[in-house]
Design a protein around this ligand. Sequence first.
Ligand code: ADP
Length: 497
Amino acid sequence: TAAALEELIAPPIHISYTQNLINGQFVDAASGKTFPTIDPRTGEVIAHVAEGDAEDVNRAVAAARKAFDEGPWPKMTAYERSRILLKFADLVEKHNDELAALETWNNGKPFEQASKAEVPMFARLFRYYAGWADKIHGLTVPADGQYHVQTLHEPIGVAGQIIPWNFPLLMFAWKVGPALASGNTIVLKTAEQTPLTALYAAKLFQEAGLPPGVLNVVSGFGPTAGAALASHMDVDKVAFTGSTATGKIILELAARSNLKPVTLELGGKSPFIVCEDADVDKAVELAHFALFFNQGQCCCAGSRTFVHERVYDEFLEKAKARASRRTVGDPFKKGIEQGPQIDEEQFQKVLGYIKSGIESNATLECGGDRLGSKGYFIQPTVFSNVQDDMLIAKEEIFGPVQSILKFKDLNEVIRRANTTNYGLAAGVFTKSLDAANTLSRALRAGTVWVNCFDVFDAAIPFGGYKMSGIGREKGVYSLKNYLQARAVNGQLGVRRR
Ligand code: ADP
């Protein structure tokens, strides 16, 4: 595999958009600064991108404010908004492979995955929320006394949205879809590692007829552009996906500025539990997918593989064989399951956790090092004999490192699985309805996948218990993040019967 890494495929796309999109115009950063965006296959520069900071955020917020306060966006009919979202989804479909190529180039994920799964899901999300746009309405309320009371479900205003680099397009959709459907305007700050696809998608939104200022996209860094957005006095709501440490900062900035409501989707250390009755071959495959998918860079990765002692030895042998067979290489090549990690920092961090696993006497079954000599490729790595108090069992690794732990009975595994500050997701693998029901109610997590994993349908809510977040995204739940209820109380002129 290492040799194959040396000849890379030229990405089948050129870079068209590198400036910030503010009020319908692609513009340079106010400071004139740019920053390089990197190809994780090589560490080489793909393009230089406008580096937004506080001043660019101010301009973007002013544009979004105007588009909200003066219209046309919240004042258009919901049907017109819905049609723009649908038209956008059609354009995404038309440009499926360009978007996927850009995503692969900037992020390193396999092109097959980006083109066959992520871009189609991206379009699907917008169609789903287009369907909601004209179905948002309030209630009439039976209050005591002579009153006619109704609730109006109104957009909050200007939404600040800060997204991460692991699923640049899908995170854009989870944030932008519900916010636009419910009539808000947006300033989106992309992750500094992956600015490119959001700019391309925003351009398609313009083509679909989205008015200027409704969706503004600023590239830049967290402590500058991100912090300016979270603490802006004219931003009415902030939504963030990223690390738990940064989530705390966002909440604090929101509180210190204007108390804007905050939704957070943060880290995880999700258990994947293989029960004693499991079909071991299937369990191995699913546990492998749960951890290694997207180079292990999923907040919900099944990163603690708990295996019942009766099937542990067989599982371990097969999990090791499966990881050793995993195809790692140029993500543009066919049949590649795993590309590079996103950047040097993450690459070093993951290698650091591997070192920590070895030092804490977990058994290294396979992998354990980088792959090749350039780019950020890491060998699929499996540790067995992992104990609950080891760093690799407690902290989010965010890389292709599977930790396998042994358990004896359900009560024990419930207790151990829940002994974490995270609560994003959990996986359960069993043929027993009893075990499935018991576990899916006892595990403290926002999502439980039974005999499946990483099911991300647009209609299914996603979010964390405990320090994995606040609020839910996707589905009908996400609309609530972008709406507020106004109670209108009218004195009735007539006596109620
Ligand atoms: P990761 O460790 O996965 O890169 P981060 O939480 O650092 O996760 O990044 C997620 C997003 O949050 C990115 O868009 C990043 O720029 C942004 N971010 C990072 N630090 C801050 C901050 N202090 N204020 C606002 N946004 C931030």
